[in-house]
Design a binder for this molecule. Sequence first.
Ligand code: SAH
Length: 257
Amino acid sequence: MSAGRVSIVGAGPGDPELITLKAVRRIGEGDVILYDRLVNRELLHYAKPEAIMIYCGKAPGKHTFSQEQIQSLMEQYALSGKHVVRLKGGDPLIFGRGGEEALAMAAAGIPYEIIPGITSALGAASSGEIPLTHRGLSASCAFVTGSRSVSGEHPVRWDLLAGAVDTLVIYMGIAELSEIRSQLLKNGKAPGTPAAIIERGTTDRQRIITGTLDRIDKLAAAMQAENPALIVIGEVVNVRSELLELEAGMMDQTSSA
Ligand code: SAH
């Protein structure tokens, strides 16, 4: 039997058109597709009709399969000669555990490849008209996890991030938002720093809530912000407001013409 292989593939941030040509081609070639919760289901239509489809979604607190089980499924199918496509939201290596899966395949001697995807921070910020870097406003940007970032085993260095990075993009941060806010304020981030929450970025249900750091947790609660969502903190959030104002001005001019 021919040796199988594994493709660890990024599905992009949500909009089914924001996927690479290479990723689409691999979905079409796969014998087994193991896909995550944040993968747009429309992308599964590129698969062969006979492909085995396995949902591996991990809703917060509710896991269909454990990470070890997923890796063992990948391994077993590949060892039985199948081409396994491990399809993950955004980029497979950004807060996606794709690195662990690659290590497991390498350790088992299974040929694998990694196909990048547009991570949700880039997709959601650009589609929300927030430039993560901007001349004069932001020369640096950090991707940070909010999950267990304060109390976990490996806490995020909010003390350093607060002063050292112009734009912060926080993944998985909604549940810990008020803790994150306190940490940033405590470590010197200005209370009036603009902040945005981008829900379901790039999809047709995208919603963007903007405010300032000191009120962002209250705003999130009042607006019932839900996952998947990203939090962007930094002066660049104001560029979006500026663009919206200019666009509104253009509309006024057209309507009064
Ligand atoms: N590998 C993924 C991230 C997985 S972690 C990537 O590169 O994007 C899951 C977190 O990503 C979510 O909790 C949320 O914070 C963020 N996320 C994923 N898709 C998103 C979307 N369409 N809009 C906003 N946030 C998203």
